[in-house]
Design a protein around this ligand. Structure first.
Ligand code: G3I
Length: 364
C-alpha cells in the first residue's frame, strides 16, 4: 500500500470513529467462531433448519460463524418417511446442497431415535420384524446421503437408567428385545451404507453432578464397551451439552468421564450446545453474564481433552432456540441460550466460546 492510500484509509477510519460508526467500511471482517476453532485444529458448527437458512440474515450468520452444520429435524425418520415406502428427502437435500455449495462438512442427525419413528411405524417396532424395519431405515437414510455426511449420529438417546431395563438401556421394544446386539447391528448397517462416514452415539444429560447424570454416564460407557466387544463400527460420542445455569458442574467428574471415553479410542463432539437461563431473572446483561460463566466452566474442561474435536450449537441465534418453547421462562421471554441474539448480534456467550477455542490445546 503506498503512503497516500494508507493516509486516506486512516483519515476515513478517524472520520468513521468520530461519527460513532461501529467499524470503518474497509476493516477486515472479524473472524467467526469457525476461524477461532480452526486455529486450534477444531471445528465450530451449528444446527440449522431448512426454513431458517432460506432467510438471508440467518444464512449470512451461519456462513459467517459455522464451519459445519447439522439438520435439526430434516434427516429424522418421521420427516423423511411420512408414509410407508414414501421417501421425502427434499428439505434434508436442500440443507445438503447448502452445505455443498458453501464447502461445509455435515453431521447427520439421527437415524435411530425412540422419539421419532413415523406414525405408521410406531406400533410395528416389536419383534424381529420391528428391528428389521429400523435397520432398513438406517440403510435407506444413511445410504441416501452416502459420501455427503462426514459424521452420523446413528443412534440417539438409547440410555435411560431410570427405566431399569437391559443394563441401563431405555425401555423401548427394539432395545428391550434386541439389547446391545441390536444397537451393534445399527452401526454395522450404517457402516455398510456409507463406509466413509464417522459413526457416533449421541446422548444428553452427561454433563452434571448427581445420581441420574452419573448413571447415564455409566450407561454410555457400558454401551461403548458393548459396541467395541461386538466389533461395531462406533467412532465417536456426541455429548449433547444442553446446559442450564445453576446446575452443579464439577470439573473433576466431567474431566474423568471424557478421559474414560477417550480411552476407548473414540472421538468426541459436543453436539447440541446451548445454555438455558430459565431459572434466572434480571437484565439481559446479567443473564448473559451468567450464561457465559456457565459456558466457560464447561468448555474449558471439555476443550482441554484432546479427543474433543469441536462444538456444535443447537441453533445460532436466540431467535431460533427450541428452549424458549420447550423450557419456558417464568416471564415468558426468549431464552438467551445461543451465541447470537435475536438480531444476530454477538453476545458474551459468543466471546466466551471464542476465548475457549483460543485457549484450547492445539489438536494438530
Ligand atoms: O417443518 C414443520 C413445519 O412445516 C410446520 O409448520 C411446523 C408446525 O409445527 O412443524 C415443523 O416441524 C417441526 C420441526 O421441529 C421444525 O420446526 C416438528 O413439528 C417438530 O417436531 C420438530 O422438532 C424438533 C425435535 O427435535 C423433534 O425432531 C426440533 O426442531 C429439534 O430442535 C429437536 O432436537 C432434539 C434433538 O434431535 C435431540 N436432542 C434434543 C433436541 C431438542 O429437543
Amino acid at each position: 500500500m503506498n503512503l497516500d492510500r494508507r493516509r486516506l484509509l486512516s483519515l476515513l477510519a478517524g472520520a468513521a470513529a468520530l461519527k460513532g460508526a461501529p467499524r470503518p467500511l474497509f476493516a477486515a471482517p472479524e473472524p467467526g467462531l469457525k476461524e477461532h476453532a480452526a486455529a486450534r485444529g477444531m471445528v465450530f458448527g451449528t444446527m440449522v433448519l431448512h426454513d431458517q437458512i432460506a432467510e438471508p440474515a440467518c444464512r449470512e450468520a451461519v456462513l459467517r460463524e459455522a464451519g459445519m452444520i447439522v439438520p435439526g429435524n430434516e434427516m429424522k425418520w418421521r420427516p423423511t418417511t411420512p408414509q410407508e415406502g414414501v421417501n421425502a428427502f427434499g428439505p434434508a437435500d436442500s440443507i445438503v446442497t447448502f452445505a455443498t455449495e458453501n464447502g461445509l462438512p455435515l453431521r447427520g442427525h439421527t437415524a435411530v431415535w425412540h422419539q421419532n419413528p413415523p406414525v405408521w411405524a410406531m406400533q410395528r417396532l416389536s419383534g424381529e420384524a420391528g428391528r428389521k424395519l429400523i435397520l432398513d431405515h438406517v440403510r435407506t437414510v444413511v445410504g441416501h446421503f452416502r459420501g455427503r455426511v462426514q459424521q452420523w449420529d446413528v443412534v440417539n438417546e438409547a440410555i435411560n437408567p431410570r427405566d431399569g431395563k437391559n443394563g441401563l438401556l431405555r425401555d423401548w421394544p427394539p432395545y428391550n428385545e434386541g439389547g446391545y446386539a441390536f444397537l451393534a447391528d445399527c452401526y454395522k448397517a450404517a457402516h455398510e451404507a456409507d463406509p466413509n462416514a464417522k459413526l457416533y452415539y449421541n446422548e444428553y444429560d452427561l454433563e452434571y453432578d448427581g445420581r441420574d447424570y452419573e448413571l447415564r454416564r455409566e450407561g454410555v460407557l457400558r454401551l461403548i464397551s458393548e459396541m467395541k466387544e461386538r466389533g461395531a463400527p462406533l467412532h465417536g460420542l456426541g455429548i449433547q451439552s444442553h446446559l442450564t445455569v445453576g446446575n452443579d458442574f464439577s470439573e473433576g467428574v466431567f474431566r474423568r468421564f471424557l478421559a474414560n471415553v477417550a480411552s476407548f479410542d473414540l472421538r468426541i463432539m459436543l453436539t447440541e450446545f446451548d445454555v438455558s437461563d430459565r431459572r434466572i431473572q434480571g437484565s439481559a446483561a446479567y443473564r448473559d453474564e451468567l450464561v457465559a460463566d456457565a459456558a466457560r466452566a464447561f468448555l474449558t474442561v471439555a476443550f482441554d481433552q484432546r479427543a474433543v474435536d469441536g462444538l456444535m450449537t443447537w441453533g445460532i441465534s436466540d431467535r431460533d432456540t427450541w428452549l424458549t418453547e420447550a423450557r419456558p421462562r417464568i416471564d415468558g421471554g426468549v431464552q438467551r441460550a445461543l451465541p447470537l441474539d435475536v438480531d444476530y448480534r454477538r453476545k458474551p456467550l459468543w466471546s466466551v466460546i471464542a476465548e475457549c477455542f483460543d485457549k484450547a490445546p492445539p489438536r494438530r
